[in-house]
Design a protein around this ligand. Structure first.
Ligand code: HEC
Length: 198
């Protein structure tokens, strides 16, 4: 093939690749892409979550770490999460007494999974992907005193940092210490919620 022909062919090929990748990106909103690798041991539970699960929040400033953004996803706990989120807002806004049981919080169904991605805030934008934290609602009796939740946390590369329940000393100090304060909301904070089309 002579040089001009080769040049034209390269231009055509290059533009096709460029165009198709642009179309792909256009089809895929940014929140459906993730840099987090799913840990081997949770592949069956959370595979494909960014595109197929319900995203409960945008990139929100974490209530826990002031220099981090978080995004929360669930497989099927969205309605309960939304209910508990708005119930909490109502109690707070109407200044009702928390102790008098005025909130009608609901518990999550067995099989519900909640995931929280966290990102470092860089120039007030979500930057470096940090951790993936998860809670899986197991069958009754799995960990009765703490709502039968399994907890895990992994790094961006999928390496597990901790996983287990209250019988594991690390989970007790690293996760349950905080989450047990919200037993009335079935141990799930449900702090951030944005209405989403799904
Ligand atoms: C110091 C308190 C604290 C500790 C410790 C903690 N969390 Fe949380 N967690 C929160 C808060 C507050 C939220 C609400 C989201 C936010 O603002 O970051 C949250 C949210 C979550 C969520 C999203 C569902 C929800 O509750 O709204 C998951 C999943 C989660 N945490 C898992 C974990 C795991 C796993 C660990 C242990 C490795 C852990 N958390 C340790 C305070 C804590």
């Amino acid at each position: 093939m002579n040089k001009p022909k080769l040049l034209i062919l390269s231009i055509v090929l290059f533009s096709t690749v460029l165009l198709s990748s642009r179309l792909l990106w256009a089809d895929m909103p940014p929140y459906q892409q993730t840099e987090f690798k799913i840990p081997e041991s949770y592949q069956d539970n959370i595979k494909g979550y960014p595109s197929s699960w319900r995203r409960l929040s945008g990139y929100e400033y974490s209530a826990l770490h002031w220099d981090q953004f978080v995004v929360v996803y669930t497989n099927n706990g969205g309605d309960i999460y939304a209910n508990n989120h708005f119930e909490f807002m109502r109690i707070y806004e109407e200044d009702l007494d928390y102790e008098e049981g005025e909130a009608s919080y609901k518990d999550y169904a067995v099989g519900t999974i909640l995931l929280k991605e966290s990102f470092l805030s860089q120039n007030s934008r979500p930057g470096l992907s940090l951790l993936l934290s998860g809670m899986i609602k197991r069958e009754k009796g799995y960990d009765s005193a703490f709502g039968d939740w399994e907890y895990f946390q992994s790094k961006k590369n999928g390496e597990i940092i901790v996983s287990g329940n209250s019988k594991d000393a690390e989970i007790q100090t690293m996760c349950i210490g905080c989450h047990s304060n919200i037993q009335d909301k079935d141990f799930v904070f449900a702090t951030h919620y944005s209405l989403s089309p799904r």
